[in-house]
Write a protein that binds this ligand. Structure first.
Ligand SMILES: [Zn+2]
Length: 116
């Protein structure tokens, strides 16, 4: 589920970033305003690199399309693990007081603009 946007020494994460390429990685970062789509944390506010989170987990057949990838902070990413998005939204609300819904996050993820 978790793939670092920035420097990271795990080969699997490195390969996703490479697979996406600079243009798509930049488009995701811009769409998400370089902040966690769940809680709004930035690299500056969280003190850690942001990650790419699969809305539909890889383990559930989720793709590496930009519409299935969102920026997430380390704590949201590790709290979610491989949870389905709707279940994560309920957990995030119950345990962290976050107010997003799966529908909102998916709608947001579809609003991506990739430069030609
Ligand atoms: Zn977060």
């Amino acid at each position: 589920v978790c793939n670092s946007i920035a420097y990271n020494n795990r080969p699997a994460r490195e390969s996703l970033r490479k697979q996406l390429g600079r243009k798509l990685s930049a488009a995701i970062a811009e769409r998400d305003s370089d902040a966690c789509v769940y809680c709004g944390a930035t690299e500056a506010s969280s003190g850690a690199h942001l990650h790419l989170d699969h809305l539909t987990p890889r383990s559930a057949g989720g793709s590496n399309e930009p519409t299935n990838l969102v920026t997430a902070c380390r704590s949201c990413n590790s709290a979610r693990q491989d949870m389905p998005l709707a279940a994560w939204a309920r957990k995030a609300h119950a345990t962290l007081g976050l107010e997003f819904t799966a529908r909102e996050i998916r709608a947001h993820a579809r609003r991506i603009t990739v430069a030609a």
